[in-house]
Design a protein around this ligand. Sequence first.
Ligand SMILES: [Zn+2]
Length: 423
Amino acid sequence: VTTSLTQLRIDRERLLSRLDALGEIGAIDGGGVCRLALTQIDGEGRDLVVSWMHDLGLRVEVDGVGNVVGTWPADRFDAPVMTGSHIDTVATGGRFDGNLGVLAGLEVLETVIRAGVETARPLAVAFFTNEEGARFAPDMLGSLVFAGGLPLEVALDTVAIDGAVLAEELDRVGYVGTLPCPARPPRAFVELHIEQGPILEAEGVTIGVVTGVQGISWHELVFSGQSNHAGTTPIDMRHDAALVAALTVVAVRRLTETTPGLVGTVGRIDLHPDLVNVVAARASITVDLRHADDDVLTEAERTILEQVGEMAAAEGVTFESSRLARFEPVTFDPAVVGLVEQVAVEHGHTARRLASGAGHDAQILARVCPAAMIFTPSVRGISHNPAEYTEPEDLEAGANVLLDVMLRLAGAGGDQSRGGDGS
Ligand SMILES: [Zn+2]
């Protein structure tokens, strides 16, 4: 890509006005949005984004689970450099989560089209069905089907929390498409998203270079001791399940303090019989551990279970553990991650590598093509909340990094394999 191409910049006002217009569909008090996947409101949001895609002359295609892909040039069928995200929200969502990635992608394509730039590879912007998982489980459902991680028939039979069947809702909003899924993998995938956490703002950094998505481990631990009188039972004769539960809370925190990058949470504690004057006979707790490195996460799980075993034995309490969930970490493509960092620095921005604490469509696309993400700061780290906000200059910076990264991935100049499969 020539120097002049890397000097192309997006139109901030155009991006902001599209974010505002989409944010009006399903708007709720406090500036937020409620656009649950495949509701009529989501259908209206889809129609608006698709109308913008048509206005730009993109080839707009819909697959069997309602994922929408807009491609430029419209007559190019070889594997594109793709960006995108989702436009469904949680019930009390903000205007930026997901929507930014789709509308910044649209802005990137409009900038390229208006400049008359030809790239060696086509460019595409997509939005994926039901990323949030707030109405249908699992989350990231559309991108999973797109990448071949979930059979289409299974996805279509999914029943929503309100009892609706996905296939019927898809049909009702008019988004049953013919593009096959799993889809042919893109050449590469880069997603711009708000951080949804406080790190970038706290460190005064403009661009988050996302290295991957951290792995998640959920366990339930059940401690069994002996209930007894709180006044008459000597301390050294107790088998107190609540004590071991409490020690586990502390052990989890201590482990995070000695393991860089580890986060750990005991979010639930249930005591039985749960009475003021009775030593607890049973305690049931959950342990949520997350880390970007699977080996570190596995070691953290082992360490906690070992420590719990020792603490339980010392108190004469038995325990059982069961695994509730385990997702391996996703590592993004080092070359694309490096490119994001390089472009951010060339644009004069502060940049920082970090792993995503939340799940995103890009982690699913990473199964089938080189993928990476760009984060922009979230004010006070707030997300999944109407108060979610990102400063306009940060939105602009993120969209420009996305533009430049996509241009470099797509390469300069027209490809001669127009219309061929080229990949
Ligand atoms: Zn999102």
